[in-house]
Design a binder for this molecule. Structure first.
Ligand SMILES: *[C@@H]1O[C@H](CO)[C@@H](O)[C@H](O)[C@H]1NC(C)=O
Ligand SMILES: [Zn+2]
Length: 478
């Protein structure tokens, strides 16, 4: 690949760390308004997302806790999620990140040994399903995954390890309005794909390569706010209509032939993304065989593809996660038929079960650690990057950082205002993540260091490019 994208990526990744506030947008949603509430000059950070209130009718403990192989509309899904939290209060927490156009909650269920609090030093990961409302298999897979995790925690050592060491955030539906108008049995077509205002949510995010003029939607705003507040290390975006794991970039700087281009648009972390996509496809019952869904189409070799090589798109969610927040997101296309008859759901769950679990465990690969000052205090919002991989990431308010890397030797670059920048050698192995603590020394008076790249391509840097602070959500216990 040519060098231009890497250079530009370097610009955005370092400049996005400067912490400007996002410009106000035309229609701030509720969460956004809440996030601006301040006392004195200090923003209140930990009250955005409330845990869902307890259900009125707590299921009897003797009542079986099941998830049927049926499609769950919004009310049924909500009921299942609430039943889960009341049955497994120490393994789950339910919160809403906002509302859809028609006022449905955008539910997220945390499944973890620490559902209410971020575990310092341990990664948060997420799945987002059903952003295209008619791609219905993904939504049911999420409900089955939740059920599977909580019911196997005490008996399956692998699941127990995963939940003890990872906070798993699962959003079964990013487009609940679309789902309500989609039709069971419709394998193709667009009814229910869009949100209630007719917007394709996977074309609605800020784009790194192109100006995205689509009017931002409440579902998109809610997700943007969410990912700006929790440092997700790894993410899967679940779709249907194909059987493939598709990795960034989805868009390409080669704009001339955009809609036909089938040349790859590769990230500097291409080895990692290929590995993540292969983790999904090879643990899937058939994805890695690469059989085409339709005889008119070509299959995908080993069941994976670069997004732009398949077809380029502007405003997608996976590029946004990666470029803006350093979260590695892969798009998981889990069914040739978008909304197959419910009696096929057991097969889809079996086909995807192992993939869904193994993919999340990949957050425990690479390098992680803490950035601290000489006194051992955490340094928040330090800008980090792996040398030669010019997409950056940041430390959290606890000074934590994570980066998924394949085994090898790397140089980790760490920069923070007021400190002497550092470059640290890191060896990554296959068996376990490498822990690296980086101590930064205060710059002497008059000593100043430049961020590695200084002049941003202004047109590329929308005000939204500035991530807000990493906060962990404290959930009131009730
Ligand atoms: C790294 O820093 C963390 C947080 O201060 C601490 O808990 C941990 O023991 C340190 N580990 C090493 C190997 O220095
Ligand atoms: Zn889709």
């Amino acid at each position: 690949m040519n060098l231009i994208p890497w250079v530009l990526l370097g610009l955005i990744s370092w400049t996005s760390a400067q912490g400007e506030l996002p410009a106000s947008e035309d229609k701030p949603n509720e969460a956004k308004l809440m996030s601006k509430i301040t006392v004195g000059n200090a923003p209140i950070e930990q009250r955005n997302y409330q845990v869902a209130p307890s259900p009125y009718n707590l299921p009897e403990q003797s009542e079986p806790y099941n998830i049927a192989y049926e499609y769950h509309n919004y009310d049924q899904m909500t009921k299942f999620l609430r039943a889960t939290t009341s049955r497994y209060p120490s393994l789950t927490a339910l919160y809403s990140i906002g509302k859809s156009v028609q006022g449905r909650d955008l539910w997220v269920m945390v499944v973890s040994a620490s559902p209410y609090e971020h575990m310092i030093g341990k990664p948060d990961v997420k799945y987002v399903a059903n952003m295209h409302g008619n791609e219905a298999v993904s939504r049911e897979l999420m409900l089955h995954l939740i059920h599977h995790l909580v019911t196997n925690y005490h008996t399956d050592p692998y699941i127990r390890w995963l939940m003890d060491n990872t906070r798993i955030h699962i959003m079964p539906s990013m487009n609940p309005d679309g789902f309500e108008v989609a039709k069971e049995g419709a394998c193709d077509g667009g009814q229910g794909r869009y949100n209630a205002r007719g917007f394709d949510l996977n074309r609605n995010f800020p784009d790194y390569f192109k100006q995205n003029n689509k009017r931002t939607q409440p579902e998109t705003e809610a997700v943007k706010e969410w990912v700006s507040k929790i440092q997700f290390v790894l993410s899967g975006s679940l779709h249907g209509g194909a059987l493939v794991a598709s990795y960034p970039f989805d868009n390409t700087p080669n704009s001339l032939f955009q809609s036909y281009a089938s040349s790859p648009s590769l990230t500097p972390d291409d080895d990692v993304f290929k590995h993540l996509a292969l983790t999904y496809s090879t643990n899937h019952a058939k994805m890695s065989r690469g059989v085409a869904c339709r005889s008119s189409q070509q299959g995908f070799r080993r069941g994976i593809t670069n997004g732009a090589e398949w077809y380029p798109l502007t405003g997608g969610m996976q590029d946004f996660n990666y470029v803006w927040y350093g979260c590695m997101e892969v798009t998981l296309e889990v069914s040739c038929c978008k909304y197959p008859p419910a009696n096929e759901l057991p097969k889809y769950w079996e086909d995807n079960r192992m993939s869904l679990i193994k993919f999340l465990a990949e957050a425990h690969r690479g390098v992680h650690g803490f950035v601290m000052d000489e006194n051992g205090n955490p340094v928040e919002k330090a800008s980090l990057k792996i040398k030669t991989r010019d997409v950056g990431f940041q430390s959290t308010k606890y000074g934590e950082f994570w980066r998924i890397l394949m085994p090898g030797v790397y140089k980790l670059e760490v920069y923070a205002d007021g400190y002497v920048p550092r470059e640290v050698d890191v060896m990554v192995v296959e068996q376990h993540p490498t822990l690296v603590n980086v101590t930064l020394h205060a710059a002497k008076p008059g000593q100043s260091f430049k961020r590695p790249v200084t002049s941003p391509p202004i047109t590329m840097l929308s005000p939204e490019a500035a991530p807000s602070s990493n906060v962990d959500f404290s959930f009131p216990q009730d």
